[in-house]
Design a protein around this ligand. Structure first.
Ligand code: DC
Length: 232
C-alpha cells in the first residue's frame, strides 16, 4: 500500500560502529548527497552526559537522571562545521567534545533510563523517513526496520590516529593513551547489558581502514539508491 506524503520515496539509513570509524563524517556526506537529514546520536548521549556532570549527577542515579531528562530539550540543527546541538537552547556543540565528557559518556550510555529516553527521541526524528542516523544501536534497536544498515569499522590504531589528528591543542594526550581510551570505550560499549554495540545480522560490514572517506560514502549512496529503486 502506498504510504502518505511521499514517505515511500525515502528510506532510513543506519550507520553503526565503534568510536572513530568515520561514522559521523560519512553519515553527514551521505545525507548531503541524498538530501536527507543527518542525526548524530552520539552527540545526544554526550549532551546528556554534559548536563548530568553540570548537576553532579552520576550515571547510577536513575531518579535524578529521570528528573533531569524530563526537562531536557535536545535540538539538532545543521551547523557551520557539521551538526550543531542545543540543550535547552544553549549551543553545546563544542562543549560535548571535551575529554571530560568523552571519558564519562560510555557510563551514561549504559544507563537504561538514558537509552530509553534518547531512543524514543531518535525514533521520532526518523518517523517521516529520509534520515541518516549514526550510533551504536541504530540498526539493532532504534531503527530495526531501516532499509539500509551499515556497520562501519576500522582498526583501533587507525581510529586512534584519526582522533589524534582532530584534537585541539588544549587536549594534550599521547597517541598510545588515546588508543587505550578508545579500546576501553569499545569494551564498555560492546559489553553493556542494554543495546550493546553489535552488528545487526542484516547490516553490511564495511572496514574503512583501507578505504578513503569518499569510497565509503559512494558505497553507501550506491546501496541506498539500489534500495530506493527496489522500493518504487
Ligand atoms: O559516537 P560518539 O563517540 O560521539 O559516541 C559517544 C558515546 O555514546 C559512545 O561511548 C557510545 C555512546 N553511544 C551509544 O551508546 N549509542 C548510540 N546510539 C550512540 C552513541
Amino acid at each position: 500500500m502506498a504510504q502518505q506524503d511521499g514517505d515511500s520515496d525515502r528510506i532510513n539509513i543506519a550507520i553503526d560502529g565503534p568510536a572513530g570509524a568515520g561514522k559521523s563524517t560519512v553519515a553527514r556526506m551521505v545525507a548531503g548527497q541524498l538530501g536527507y537529514v543527518y542525526i548524530d546520536t552520539g552527540a545526544m548521549y554526550r549532551a546528556v552526559t554534559l548536563s548530568a556532570q553540570r548537576l553532579s549527577i552520576t550515571a547510577e542515579q536513575d531518579d535524578n537522571l529521570a528528573e533531569m531528562l524530563e526537562s531536557l530539550q535536545i535540538r539538532l540543527a545543521p551547523g557551520e562545521s557539521g551538526q550543531s546541538i542545543f540543550v535547552n537552547d544553549e549551543d553545546v556543540t563544542a562543549l560535548i567534545r571535551s575529554r571530560d565528557v568523552t571519558r564519562q559518556v560510555s557510563y551514561f550510555a549504559a544507563s537504561g533510563i538514558v537509552r530509553q529516553v534518547l531512543s524514543t527521541m531518535q525514533r521520532e526524528f526518523a518517523i517521516r523517513k529520509g534520515v541518516v542516523m549514526d550510533g551504536r544501536d541504530i540498526g539493532t534497536h532504534v531503527l530495526p526496520d531501516a532499509e539500509v544498515k551499515v556497520f562501519l569499522t576500522a582498526s583501533v590504531e587507525e581510529r586512534a590516529l584519526r582522533r589524534y589528528k582532530e584534537l585541539s591543542d588544549d587536549n594534550i594526550i599521547s597517541l598510545k593513551q588515546l588508543e587505550a581510551e578508545i579500546a576501553e570505550r569499545d569494551q564498555l560499549d560492546e559489553q553493556r547489558d542494554i543495546s550493546p554495540l553489535i552488528r545487526a545480522l542484516d547490516a553490511i560490514e564495511l572496514d574503512s581502514s583501507g578505504m578513503t572517506i569518499l569510497e565509503v560514502v559512494e558505497t553507501i549512496v550506491k546501496l541506498s539508491r539500489t534500495k530506493l529503486a527496489e522500493a518504487k
